[in-house]
Design a binder for this molecule. Structure first.
Ligand SMILES: Cc1ncc(COP(=O)(O)O)c(C=O)c1O
Length: 396
């Protein structure tokens, strides 16, 4: 009954694990969650108030498919102010979250068999969204030994050996690794891409404000006018403004690509929710929550130290987002309980959830089976208690 296309993809493994930990909590169990990819801060009040006012004023109807003019203009102001990139409203498409934006991109640019280079570890949805658009994910491995960043040489080799590459995905700061490419490292990748003028860059910058000093956020779109044209930037309200449930994100791209994505929305979702978009305007025109960003910075430092004290864990320094991504293969082969051997990250995550009541995401879904992901969007005391619980149930 179902299409061949739908059988190509898996349900999101991160959403699956959070469903499991939520169910345990609902059943009264005291689970510490390191699995959720969302800030543990509430949406700021001025944003909620703008949304409530929009509802009260009757802003409850369909909007333009690509988003309200007011929101697209606010986005252009933000892109100029913060990202130093000039865009016109007809280059902006507002969608139901960055995930939806990415879906629209792949649907708009891929023909059957077209390839998309995806550095691994990757955010879970990229490969499956490419597959849903009849494309072919080309995975380029960048492990902990190379700070989870692809090199210019790797990119060049990959482009040379694949003839149908349509786009390359760059996600900095990264989910799941927390890695941030330096401006120089990105410029080296751009220099390679200059020899491949037809390859688009999909720059996922949803964690742009969560960068731990001394790292710096930069975008390939700033490399040259050519790169400004052939990069599609993906942004989201979810992380920057703690608005995950609002489902609001956007793309900034060429007019041609924006038109294509708007056409898809006009035939699928129609538009993002009208009053959520009003909240979006208030978010962009209001202040950034610097206190939240500096709290993430503190936690990033603490969690790395604590994780490196866990026998068998080896954790690189998170550089951004709110994820730590330790290598845990040092534990593979270890016996726990009477007769359970830990052989995979998935088994470790399962064991820790069941016995320590600590929820983490195994690395398999991120293309990194030797790792697990800890989201530190959790209080400092929960971080400490959660890692203590892990220490108590693992052999020394
Ligand atoms: C790297 C990355 N891109 C995009 C998204 C999409 O976020 P949203 O759809 O909530 O805007 C996420 C969410 O976890 C993410 O981690």
């Amino acid at each position: 009954m179902l299409s061949e296309r739908i059988n190509r993809i898996q349900p999101s493994p991160t959403l699956a694990i959070s469903a499991k930990s939520k169910a345990m909590r609902a059943a009264g169990e005291d689970v510490i969650s390191f699995d959720v990819g969302e800030p543990d801060f509430d949406t700021p009040l001025h944003i909620k108030e703008a949304c409530i006012k929009a509802l009260q004023d009757g802003d409850t109807k369909y909007t333009a498919a690509a988003g309200t003019p007011a929101l697209r203009e606010a986005i252009c102001r933000k892109m100029q102010r913060e990202n130093k990139l000039p865009f016109a409203p007809d280059q902006i498409v507002v969608s139901c979250g960055g995930k939806h934006s990415l879906y629209n991109i792949f649907q708009s640019i891929l023909n059957a068999g077209d390839e998309v280079i995806i550095p691994a570890p990757y955010w879970v949805s990229y490969p499956d969204q490419v597959l849903l658009a009849d494309g072919v994910p080309v995975i380029l491995h960048a492990g902990q030994e190379q700070d989870f960043k692809i090199t210019a040489q790797q990119l060049d080799d990959c482009l040379t050996s694949h003839s149908r590459v349509k786009a390359v995905v760059i996600n900095s700061p990264s989910n799941p690794t927390g890695a941030v490419y330096s401006p120089d490292a990105l410029k080296e990748l751009c220099a390679v891409l200059e020899n491949y003028p037809n390859v688009l860059v999909i720059s996922d910058e949803v964690y742009e404000h969560m960068v731990l000093a001394p790292n710096e956020q930069w975008s390939v779109a700033r490399y040259s006018e050519d790169f400004a044209r052939r990069t599609v930037l993906v942004h989201s309200f979810s992380k920057t403004y703690s608005m995950t449930g609002w489902r609001l994100g956007w793309t900034s791209s060429s007019k041609e690509l924006a038109g294509a994505m708007s056409k898809i929305q006009s035939q699928s979702t129609s538009n993002p929710t009208s009053f959520a978009q009003a909240g979006g305007v208030a978010a962009l025109d209001g202040p950034l929550d610097e206190a939240m960003f500096s709290e993430f910075e503190k936690r990033g430092k603490v969690i790395r130290e604590l994780l490196n004290d866990v026998p068998g864990f080896e954790c690189a320094r998170p550089e951004g987002a709110f994820y730590a991504f330790p290598q845990v293969s040092g534990l593979f082969g270890v016996m726990v309980e009477k007769d359970t051997q830990l052989n995979t990250a998935a088994q470790l995550a399962d064991y820790l959830l069941r016995v320590a009541k600590v929820a983490i995401v195994p690395g398999e879904g991120f293309g990194a089976p030797d790792h697990v992901r800890f989201s530190y969007a959790n209080s400092m005391s929960n971080i400490k208690e959660g890692i203590n619980r892990i220490l108590r149930v693992l052999p020394e």
